[in-house]
Every structure is written in structure tokens, then in C-alpha cells.
Design a protein around this ligand. Structure first.
Ligand code: PNS
Length: 208
């Protein structure tokens, strides 16, 4: 039984590209009954891509959950001149860097071109995507399989945000902000301030 687990983990580490030393440590450590082994499965870096126009508390929640699994999260902000965005790529990256200024294992960078190329260029074989509802699924499924087709070594991991954020999207946040609605609990303070600046609206509190 112990051997089967070891075998399974070894396969897992292989496709994640974890170092041989770690695998060896794992194999020898596993001999001790009841030993905690989850740390051996830590994967160095995951890429969390998106438009982040702007980052919401739902995204922040996914990043924090991701940090429970990965050593580092690299937030990859799409630079897409064809897609009209409220915030420039620079502004979107800067907001994420601000929010995670105290977390050295979260980094934000912009990217263009293929996501798999960006992941490879940053030594990551793992993509994280947040999945809120069934409506997200089809698009996410297509993207994950396309990325796998482009690079079979790259895996996509879907993570569910807290139920509190399952209705939340950057698009709705912008709409609420533009119409002067309350953004409490929807976006980090840094983002709320920036949205107010863009739309020249004054902060409101919830009516109820
Ligand atoms: O937050 P979004 O807008 O849903 O994020 C979409 C994103 C950035 C993940 C996606 O558009 C993307 O990966 N673009 C890079 C181009 C690419 O690699 N395309 C082929 C795989 S679908």
C-alpha cells in the first residue's frame, strides 16, 4: 500500500518537474508510517492568467488559495491591444503589485502572445484558473484543452473561489462603480480608489 502511494506520487512529481533530490527524499521519508508527505508535492510556481481589469476580491481569494498549494504565484496580466480595457496594462499590474506588496511569493507581470509560452519562459508547468459557476465552464474547458494541445506538459488547475465571490466579475464591478454603487467587499481598497478616480464617483455605503 505504502509502495503504491509512493509510486503514484513519483509519477506526479515527474510531470511536475520536481527535482530528483526531492523525489529521493520523498521515497526514503515515506517509509515512516504516518509521516506527513504533502510538502513534497509542493510545485514551485503557478501562473494565474487573466485580464484583471481590474483585479477583484474573487481573484485575490483564488491567489490566496493558490498559495496554500504553490510556493509562488505569478499573476499574468494579459496585454491585449485589441480588447478595450478600463485600466492600462501597467495600471492593472501595478494594482496587483500594490495589493500583494507584503507577499514576496506573489508577483505580477504583463504578457502577450501565447500563455503557454509565457508559462514556459517563467519555468512553470501549471496554470490556475478560477471557476465560479457552470457558465464559466465551457470557455474554461476549451482554453484548458487548447493550452494542453499547445503544450501537453502544462496542466490547468481550476479553483473555486469562496461562495461570497461566486457572483463577482470585473465587468460587474466596473458597471456598479460607473453607476455609483457600493463596492464594499467586492474589490481591495486600492482598486476601489482607482475605480472612483476613473469614474469620478463618490464612495457610497450599502443601503442595507
Ligand atoms: O480574465 P480572462 O479575460 O478570462 O483571461 C483570459 C486569458 C488571458 C487567460 C486568455 O485570453 C489567454 O490565455 N490569452 C492568451 C492567448 C492564448 O494563449 N491563447 C491560446 C489558448 S486559449
Amino acid at each position: 500500500m505504502m509502495y503504491q502511494v509512493a509510486q503514484k506520487r513519483r509519477n506526479f512529481t515527474n510531470w511536475q518537474g520536481i527535482s530528483l533530490t526531492k523525489q529521493n527524499n520523498f521515497d526514503t521519508k515515506l517509509g515512516n508510517p504516518g509521516e506527513r508527505v504533502h510538502c513534497v508535492c509542493m510545485i514551485k510556481k503557478a501562473v494565474y492568467p487573466g485580464s484583471f481589469d481590474p483585479i477583484t476580491n474573487g481573484h485575490v481569494d483564488i491567489i490566496r488559495r493558490g498559495l496554500e498549494i504553490f510556493d509562488e504565484i505569478l499573476v499574468a496580466v494579459l496585454e491585449n491591444p485589441k480588447k478595450e480595457s478600463l485600466f492600462s496594462t501597467k495600471e492593472r499590474v501595478a494594482m496587483i503589485q500594490d495589493i500583494f506588496a507584503d507577499e514576496e511569493n506573489v508577483e505580477a507581470k504583463s504578457f502577450h502572445g501565447l500563455l503557454v509560452d509565457f508559462a514556459n519562459a517563467h519555468d512553470s508547468k501549471m496554470i490556475i484558473r478560477g471557476l465560479r459557476a457552470i457558465s464559466d465552464f465551457e470557455y474554461e474547458f476549451q482554453m484548458a484543452l487548447m493550452n494542453r494541445k499547445l503544450d501537453p506538459e502544462i496542466e490547468t488547475l481550476f479553483m473555486m473561489p469562496s461562495l461570497n465571490y461566486s457572483f463577482l466579475s470585473s465587468r460587474l464591478v466596473k458597471e456598479v462603480s460607473m453607476l455609483g454603487g457600493c463596492l464594499e467587499g467586492l474589490v481591495p481598497e486600492e482598486v476601489e480608489d482607482k475605480l472612483r478616480d476613473k469614474y469620478k464617483t463618490t464612495p457610497k455605503t450599502n443601503l442595507k
